[in-house]
Ligand binder design. Structure first.
Ligand code: HSE
Length: 422
């Protein structure tokens, strides 16, 4: 029977679940795959772990772990791009396969690491870096190999989805919803990375690289966070038949990509619109299969560890996928080119001629108004919201329009702009 020795670095929430999972599933893997997975070394700065079933060694100097002669695969569950980056390079240079759940490491340093792995015929597994427990990366890499992927869209950040769901479905405040996401443990140590869209943008970069086989940097992804979304926008959207979700998109239009992660209105009856709280979802549209959707837990110790186990089994089955082959040059459109319908909410002085002024600026840009809503009940003091749904228009043009509208005397504060994703 083949025996594979594994070292784990990082013993936080995901690391601890991984120890549990690999020890629990050992017998099943032995009988189904004829492989013995042997967790024999753990890198832990604290020097101790809370699992009495682990009988191997503990190393407090994480960067010494790759030097061990008794290890075939290094599993990195530390996070960030500092020590984990050093660990990745050292692992590959010491001829160890490398498995990680770390999206920032893969999004930021993937190109360099894939080249290193390719030179040494080693495998890098990163299934857990996108969509937690959803086996989406292998589905794109292997399952949809015979199909050209036209687009994907989905929810890749559980924290943002949780907050928006709590606000929409349970009328919670943003602050209370964030606190509870942190308590439940799926927010990043610095939750601003979830809230401002960085986390979803990194995952979008990884999905795009695999979906479209091209060199993608996180800098290619337009992103925006959810902090500016207000309950009133959710109410207006509901009336129009839409829900606000933290959406990530990758569109391939004639070999030019359009990539982004931002809060968007999506029709209430779409699959994605009905995926709530911390759950993630990815819908992939390809030439031969049309649309397929994958939904599940995007974070958490056991779901993430389950994806890590998938990667380990890939290696146990002899898979060495050369991701450096996917690094072709590909054109990514500037987000200014993005064409879609728009929701604008303006807070204006309630006086005559305001709507005429606004309409004039919109007409001058040759843009069309699909809907305009003004409600007396939402008036406070002398200020009233006006909601305008613009027909399809380019990002660059709507930015100019917003600038001009914000300069009108009757318009107070900044304008809320939310994109529609059809
Ligand atoms: N912080 C991430 C999220 C989970 O909220 O989706 C790990 O990727």
């Amino acid at each position: 029977m083949q025996k594979i020795n594994i070292a784990l670095c990082g013993t936080g929430n995901v690391g601890s679940s991984f120890i549990d999972l690999i020890l629990q599933s050992k017998e099943k893997i032995k009988s189904n795959y004829n492989v013995e997975l042997n967790l024999n070394l753990i890198g832990s700065r604290k020097g101790k772990i809370n699992n009495s079933d682990f009988k191997g060694k503990i190393e407090t100097d994480i960067l010494k772990v790759p030097m061990s002669n008794e290890v075939d695969i290094i599993v990195e569950l530390i996070g960030g791009t500092e020590i984990s980056y050093e660990l990745a390079k050292l692992s590959l240079k010491n001829d160890k396969h490398f498995v990680t759940a770390n999206k920032s490491l893969i999004a930021e340093k993937g190109q360099e690491l894939f080249k290193l792995a390719s030179d040494r015929n080693l495998h890098i597994g990163f299934e857990a870096s996108v969509g937690g427990g959803i086996p989406i990366l292998r589905t794109i890499r292997d399952g949809l190999i015979s199909s050209k992927i036209n687009w994907f869209k989905g929810i890749l950040n559980g924290t943002s989805n949780y907050i928006l769901s709590k606000m929409y479905l349970e009328k919670q405040t943003y602050e209370d919803a964030l606190k509870s996401a942190q308590k439940l443990g799926f927010a990043e140590p610095d939750p601003s990375l979830d809230i401002n869209g960085t986390d979803a943008a990194q995952k979008t970069a990884i999905l795009s690289f695999l979906s479209f086989s091209g060199k993608i940097s996180p800098r290619d992804i337009f992103f925006d966070g959810i902090k500016h979304i207000e309950p009133i926008d959710m109410e207006y959207g509901k009336e129009l038949g839409y829900v606000i979700k933290p959406i990530s998109i990758g569109f391939n239009e004639e070999e030019k990509l359009l990539l982004g992660s931002f809060p968007a209105f999506i029709q209430q009856d779409e699959i994605i619109a009905n995926v709530n709280f911390e759950t993630n979802v990815i819908e992939v549209n390809s030439k031969n299969t049309n649309s397929t959707a994958f939904q599940g837990p995007g974070a958490g110790g056991y779901p993430t560890s389950s994806s890590v186990m998938n990667d380990i089994l890939d290696i146990a089955n002899g898979k060495v996928f050369d991701y450096s082959n996917l690094m072709r040059k590909i054109e990514v459109n500037n987000f200014d080119e993005f064409i879609t319908k728009r929701y604008l909410r303006l807070m204006v002085k309630d006086e005559s001629g305001v709507v005429a002024e606004i309409s004039k600026l919109i007409a001058e840009k040759d843009l069309s108004i699909d809907n305009l809503i003004q409600k007396e009940k939402n008036k406070t003091e002398d200020i009233i919201p006006i909601v305008i749904m613009l027909g399809e228009c380019k990002e660059s043009l709507v930015s100019l329009l917003i600038n001009e509208l914000e300069n009108l005397n009757q318009v107070k504060g900044s304008i809320q702009h939310i994109r529609f994703i059809e």
